[in-house]
Design a protein around this ligand. Structure first.
Ligand code: ADP
Ligand code: MG
Ligand code: MG
Length: 879
């Protein structure tokens, strides 16, 4: 049996091996292959990590030998040796998953430095201070990551040393200071480990690799994976790479850069660097770094080479790159490249620009934008005419407008944000450990850290506003307050962040609707060309319908009529209708409602300018329009006790009796939808007449043909639909005859009861179209009540991975999806050209849309603001 290959030399890899080598490892290999300067390395595969993970942490057979061999080859290639007192090799041990998880796992630098090698490191670089800086950093990182020593053990010693020496920055400490600090760190580490500090670099290397494996399962990585839908089974690769040193003095530097601006997509210089520093200093947000543009003056040759390399990598990968680099004594090395996380605006702009530059095709461009991200572009922004003065201005780290009350730690933010409170997380700097708080916040405000800090990268990827490095703000996390330019703000105070300018305002600024820019329109137009599925909107008033059309909806897939019944001016008439003792009384009440409904429909038809509109007849149970049973009982009791007005008491008693009569145990499965219309045919009759009168009025006024589609809800039996259809058709024909007009119209039904899906061939006899009501179909198909489930067990089910996702957010394709599939198939057996759509909330969910495309629906219908998302998702489904 041949042994699995767990270790790849840098020269053996390339981008096609990403699943094995992880993103970082595969990209390092690919960069080396195309001639970009990369320090030599080898990579331990994700497969090795998975094997260890599945084996209770024990390494698979032969892995330690393969790592030792990989190291031996690296030593040979570099001519250096780990632990050698003459020519020591120093390496970094870097995590690197298949999907990038910035800062979520661990990395150890400077491994190989020790009492035996430190002098040689100093001698080779002719720089003693640098060698001791490496050594103290190593003890700290190795101690924390591998040995689990609490960070404050080292931080406290460092702070204390700086105070003692009167040093403001780490860089103010001298070689002697750092030597002293290293000795102190070693003692502290030894103490924390009861004398078991490992000093052999080879042993350290194996332990470091293992620690990186284990960091795959640390809590912040788990939280991040869950939020991004990354599977836990993938594991991380581990890269062992020769160190290059950005901390060798002022001709050395380290930094992060993007090939385009990841906030706006603009083609401009974007990055940060620090001289005399190591990589973590920039990305961890500990020191606020310098703008990359300043590097041109400090290190001109390396700067020019960096620009050329950025272009080369972008051209090669045909996407915006996010890169990490180090300059050692004026020589540039690339340490990482990946496709950059970007905001929605940047995703759209870069996609359009790259098509225009001939770098990618329109199809590729469509796949570059994540549909769900578009949501962020439709959010309201800060009114440019706000006229307020900012209380402070930081770095515009992630765009958008955030208004919220302040929270000073991630747990608190997670708790309050989880309950729906609008929160701004205020932190000195955010670390990846804050991820659970960042995720639920409207925005993040930090005192430290730059635009390329992990916090900023994560915020941009998740569409969360971030202002970083706000100068001079003083945060007191324990007292839960922040002082900004002399004013103190606490938990209950509200601030507004403008993530596009970095400005912070006191109080809540007014937000205005966003501009829909040209690039956005362009992507939309490409999507329209590529997709097969139609996209409609759910809307029931003029504003929503107009918004939907503006955002590209091709019609209305669901206009609910019950919301109109709830309006305060109609409720009395509606109650009269419900409580009517006889048909005459009911007819009188309906006659009162008819003109109001007609006005509603006129507004929708006008807004849609001739596009088809599906109007659903009355759906909810009647008790929703009536007084609450308990409240009404109490009212009657009170009147009885106080012995008030006798006629009033009598009236309330009558109401109570009626409410009792109509009360249902399980209204969701009770007298609703067409069941109500079966009992009271005058209701659908009235609604149909209102629809037709509205259509004729608008046709006459606007000179545009109105597309009328009348939809019967909650049908389970063919006979129900037959009866309802007769009522509707009779009313339409009567209206048309008396107006002497003609009108094209169709009558269809919702498929939202499993039985209806199963007998769709019968139901199709009476239907011109089907619209799958996947909200109810999910409730009835799985047998769960949405409100009870979402407030109750569903969260635990999703967290515990009993089910993959909330089935009300993303369609349960393998279960409820089958009902849709059966419904379409059986319906088309009866009528080959039967029009089919979906009008549940799933109509705006990209994963569900992919399914609807696959089963051959004609259209999806979703809320107006999700229309652009649905258009793009439908295009991606078709590509
Ligand atoms: P993360 O995934 O958290 O960004 P990395 O593995 O990229 O972690 O390492 C963090 C930083 O350490 C990088 O920004 C890089 O600059 C620095 N670093 C990693 N390996 C080396 C190396 N071989 N030489 C110099 N710096 C390194
Ligand atoms: Mg990195
Ligand atoms: Mg329904």
């Amino acid at each position: 049996m041949t042994e699995t290959k767990y270790v790849y030399d840098l020269s053996e890899g390339d981008i096609s091996l990403k699943p094995l080598l992880g993103g970082k490892g595969a990209n390092l290999a690919e960069m080396a292959k195309i001639g970009v300067p990369v320090p030599d390395a080898f990579t331990v595969t994700t497969q090795a990590c998975v094997a260890a993970m599945n084996n209770g942490g024990d390494w698979p057979e032969g892995l330690d030998q393969q790592v030792a061999d990989g190291l031996a080859r690296l030593e040979e290639r570099t001519g250096k040796k780990l632990g050698s007192a003459e020519n020591p090799l120093l390496v970094s041990v870097r995590s690197g998953a298949v999907f990038s998880m910035p800062g979520m796992m661990d990395t150890i630098l400077n491994l190989g430095i020790s009492d035996e090698t430190v002098d040689a490191v100093a001698g080779l670089a002719d720089n003693e201070r640098f060698a001791w800086d490496c050594y103290r950093r190593f003890i700290q990182m190795y101690g924390e990551v591998v040995e689990g020593i609490a960070p404050h053990v080292f931080e406290d010693a460092l702070t204390e040393m700086k105070e003692r020496k009167g040093a403001e920055l780490d860089t103010d400490l001298s070689a002697d200071d750092l030597r002293e600090l290293t000795a102190e760190f070693k003692d502290l580490a030894n103490e924390a480990l009861g004398g078991h500090w490992t000093t052999d670099p080879r042993e350290q290397l194996l332990r470091a690799v293992n620690a990186v494996f284990k960091s795959w399962l640390n809590p912040r990585a788990e939280v991040y994976r869950k939020s991004q839908g990354i599977s836990r089974n993938l594991g991380t690769a581990v890269n062992v790479q020769q160190m290059v040193f950005g901390n060798r003095g002022e001709t050395s530097a380290t930094g992060v850069c993007f090939s385009r601006n990841p906030s706006t997509g603009g083609k401009e210089l974007y990055g940060e660097f620090l001289t005399n520093a190591q990589g973590e200093d920039v990305v961890a947000g500990i020191r606020t770094p310098r703008n990359l543009a300043e590097m041109e003056e400090v290190l001109p040759e390396a700067f020019a080479e960096l620009l050329a390399t950025m272009t080369k990598l972008e051209q090669h990968n045909k996407d915006m790159q996010d890169m990490e680099f180090t300059i050692e004594d004026r020589k540039l090395y690339m340490l990482q490249t990946r496709n950059g996380k970007r905001t929605a605006a940047a995703a759209v702009k870069t996609a359009v620009d790259m098509v225009e530059e001939g770098l990618i095709t329109t199809e590729e461009a469509l796949l570059r934008v994540e549909p769900a991200q578009l949501d962020a572009l439709l959010h309201p922004g800060i009114d440019p005419e706000h006229g307020q003065t900012a209380i402070v201005k930081g770095l515009p780290a992630s765009p958008g407008a955030a208004v919220g009350a302040l929270s000073f730690n991630a747990d608190d933010a997670a708790e309050r944000g989880g309950k729906g409170e609008k929160i701004i997380l205020v932190r000195y700097e955010t670390t990846p450990d804050d991820i659970h708080g960042v995720m639920v916040a409207q925005g993040v405000l930090t005192a430290h850290g730059g635009m390329t800090s992990h916090a900023a990268v994560v915020a941009r990827g998740m569409g969360i506003t971030c202002v970083a490095g706000a100068p001079g703000i003083k945060i007191d996390p324990v007292g839960e307050k922040v002082s900004i330019n002399g004013t103190t703000y606490g938990r209950d105070d509200v601030l507004t962040l403008n993530g596009s300018t970095g400005e912070v305002f006191a109080g809540a600024l007014e937000l205005v609707p966003p501009d829909i820019n040209e690039d956005f329109q362009k992507v939309g137009a490409w999507a329209d060309e590529a997709r097969r599925l139609g996209v409609r909107a759910n809307a029931e008033n003029f504003e929503d319908a107009s918004k939907a059309r503006e955002l590209g909806a091709e019609g209305i897939g669901l206009a609910r009529t019950e919301h109109m019944f709830m309006a305060a001016d109609r409720l009395p008439a509606v109650r009269k209708m419900i409580l009517a003792d006889n048909e005459d009384q009911r007819a009188a009440a309906l006659a009162e409602i008819l003109p109001m409904q007609q006005k509603d429909f006129e507004a929708i038809f006008t807004a849609m300018k001739g596009l088809p509109v599906t109007v659903r007849l009355l759906d909810p149970p009647l008790h929703e329009f009536l007084p609450n049973l308990v409240e009404q009982s109490l009212l009657v009791q009170k009147l009885e006790l106080t012995g008030g007005d006798a006629s009033e008491l009598e009236a309330e008693r009558v109401t109570l009796a009626q409410v009792k009569k109509l009360h249902e145990q399980n209204p969701m499965l009770g007298t609703r939808g067409c069941r109500l219309a079966m009992l009271y045919p005058s209701i659908p009759d009235m609604q149909t007449r209102a629809i037709i009168r509205a259509a004729l009025a608008v046709q006459e006024r606007e000179g545009e043909t109105v597309g009328v589609e009348i939809m019967i809800p909650l049908v389970a039996f063919e006979s129900e639909l037959r009866t309802q259809r007769q009522i509707v058709v009779a009313a339409v024909e009567d209206e048309l005859a008396s107006a002497g007009a003609t009108l094209d119209y169709t009558v269809g039904t919702m498929i939202e009861i499993p039985r209806a899906a199963l007998v769709a061939d019968e139901i199709a006899n009476e239907a011109d179209f089907f619209s799958f009501g996947t909200n109810d179909l999910t409730q009835t198909g799985i047998g769960i009540s949405r409100d009870d489930a979402e407030a109750g067990f569903l969260g635990a089910y999703v967290d515990g991975e009993v089910i993959a996702a909330n089935p009300f957010a993303s369609l349960d394709t393998s279960g409820v999806g089958q009902l849709v599939e059966i419904g379409v198939e059986k319906g088309r057996q009866t009528k080959a050209k039967l029009k089919t759509g979906v009008c549940g909330e799933h109509g705006g969910d990209p994963a569900s849309i992919e399914f609807f495309d696959a089963v051959g629906l004609d259209y999806v219908s979703c809320s107006p603001f999700r229309v652009p998302i649905a258009r793009l998702a439908a295009a991606q489904a078709a590509l």
